[in-house]
Design a protein around this ligand. Structure first.
Ligand code: NAD
Length: 264
């Protein structure tokens, strides 16, 4: 579905962190945000992704396209310094980043190593806090920060394992950030998407079965799409949601509402 022309984000400048290709959830959010009038800075994990990201930045008319490995504080500081030099300030941040060892996203959670636990928590949860902290001096009154999460944070989903633990930490971080930054009129929310076939998701053991189960049982009886998530993101990034912070908002066709026996 393409949204009608809108100016929801006109005059706003924002960081979109976590595009790896056109299937990325962040790509669709960036596309919709640009169509709604936002000026964008795309950030991507490693220099070797540059040949893929530069054409995307051009397509979206992004004014900045920078590398930012969020496991590295110096890289985050450098990104914010570059953004400050170019723009001075920021109205929104989309954090759509997660990582865990593939072999720890299958079998049981006892497959998790100490190192794998730290890595997943660092990249998938702490990084939201680190990015927010570094961006604070640049955030405008009314700024909106969003991150991406999944139901595996509070329900046991086979194979999701350490990523579920990291998403629980991410959701809790969202609430604490919302409480701290609310008095500055900065909002912080998490969007919990249903399973979508992206590069990161394909690393989860049995992902195709997750998709099939979702399509069969979710109240809307269809898969969640990147467009579904981007539509909700526009609401959270724009003043339409000016009274909403600290929320975990589900965009999963109602799947999170089901009990152990799906409703007929
Ligand atoms: P994706 O693979 O397109 O995006 C994940 C991004 O994380 C990639 O761009 C990758 O480069 C980036 N990343 C990993 N390590 C990084 C690092 N150290 N520094 C900077 N960037 C790093 O997959 P996606 O599904 O679009 O994932 C985006 C977010 O959505 C993730 O947080 C994911 O957990 C979440 N999510 C995805 C689904 C799904 O089913 N696809 C469902 C719910 C939530």
């Amino acid at each position: 579905m393409s949204l009608p022309q809108n100016t929801l984000l006109s005059g706003k400048r924002g960081l979109i962190m976590g595009i790896t290709n056109e299937r990325s959830i962040a790509y669709e959010i960036a596309k919709q945000a640009a169509a709604a009038g936002a000026e964008l800075c795309l950030t991507y994990a490693h220099e070797k992704l540059a040949p893929r990201l530069e054409p995307i930045a051009k397509e979206l008319s992004a004014s900045l396209c920078l590398t930012c490995d969020v496991s590295d504080d110096a890289a985050i500081e450098k990104t914010m310094a570059d953004v400050k030099a170019a723009w001075g300030n920021i109205d929104f941040i989309v954090h759509a980043i997660a990582f865990a060892h593939k072999d720890e996203l299958r079998g049981g959670i006892t497959n998790t190593t100490r190192e794998g636990f730290h890595l997943a928590m660092d990249v998938s949860a702490y990084s939201f806090l680190a990015v927010t902290k570094a961006a604070l001096p640049l955030l405008n009154d009314g700024a909106s920060l969003i991150t991406l999460t999944y139901l595996g944070s509070n329900k046991v989903v086979p194979n999701y394992n350490i990523m579920g633990v990291a998403k629980a930490a991410l959701e809790s971080t969202t609430r604490y950030l919302a409480a701290e930054l609310g008095p500055r009129n900065i909002r912080v929310n998490a969007l919990s998407a249903g399973p979508i076939n992206t590069l990161a998701a394909r690393g989860i053991g049995g992902f195709n079965e997750m998709l099939a189960h979702h399509e069969r049982t979710a109240p809307l009886r269809r898969l969640t799409t990147q467009e579904d998530v981007a539509g909700a993101a526009l609401y959270f990034l724009s003043p339409l949601s000016q009274g909403v912070t600290g929320e975990v908002h589900y965009i999963d066709g109602g799947a999170n509402t089901l009990g152990p026996t799906p409703a007929l």
